[in-house]
Design a protein around this ligand. Structure first.
Ligand SMILES: C[S@@+](CC[C@H](N)C(=O)[O-])C[C@H]1O[C@@H](n2cnc3c(N)ncnc32)[C@H](O)[C@@H]1O
Length: 194
């Protein structure tokens, strides 16, 4: 898994990846809707080279972690941040085998969960989430929609509508906000996200 993502993310600059976005507008707006506070520790799961970490630092979030299975993606983000990278916890792990050593008030994942096409992968992900999240923690998840792509980055994906996603996470989570966002890839394709 790490080799696949390292290879893919090493081929082109982050701005040419299909999932690239200049600004994580929807993620930031959902964090606001969830009343996330900058005192809450945040982990961006599969954050890769996303600029969400930059924006969280700009907003003075004091405890920001980025987890990714690809060291290439993490290196892109660290380079971009320069000295500011020292203020971020970089976690080079596969979320499916990660054993969180602490808790987070905010778990953010844009475009990782939909790659978990096997039941045991989703169970492993949810086990990490339950271990990592505080009792009052907030979760922002962005996946392809049920009518979205069937494959991405050379891997099969499973899309969700908001109800389907809520069902996978189960009754211990309360749905606060649901959105549909049409992402425009750098190549000009449209990808609907839940
Ligand atoms: C489609 S990209 C999305 C990156 C970022 N969230 C964004 O929105 O720009 C998926 C990212 O998740 C990482 N990833 C994929 N599977 C993972 C796993 N099992 N554990 C941790 N990271 C993973 C990849 O290396 C890649 O950086």
């Amino acid at each position: 898994m790490a080799a696949h993502w390292d290879d893919l993310c090493g081929r082109r600059p982050p701005s040419e990846m299909s999932w690239y976005q200049d600004e994580p507008t929807v993620s930031l707006s959902l964090l606001e809707a969830l009343r996330a506070t900058k005192e809450q520790p945040v982990v961006d799961v599969g954050g890769g080279a996303s600029v969400l970490v930059d924006r969280l630092l700009d907003l003075s979030f004091g405890d920001v972690s980025v987890l990714d299975v690809s060291s290439t993606s993490l290196a892109h983000a660290r380079r971009r941040l320069g000295e500011r990278a020292e203020g971020v916890h970089w976690i080079h792990e596969d979320v499916l085998t990660w054993r969180p050593q602490r808790r987070y008030g905010i778990w953010h994942d844009r475009a990782v969960f939909h790659f978990l096409v096997e039941e045991e992968q989703r169970s492993a992900y949810l086990a990490a989430l339950r271990t990592a999240l505080t009792a009052d923690g907030r979760v922002v998840i962005g996946t392809f929609t049920g009518d979205g792509p069937r494959q991405c980055s050379g891997l099969p994906v499973l899309g969700y509508d908001p109800g389907g996603l809520a069902a996978v996470f189960g009754p211990e989570f309360e749905v606060v906000e649901r959105r549909r966002e049409v992402h425009h890839t750098p190549g000009g394709a449209e990808q609907p996200f839940t």
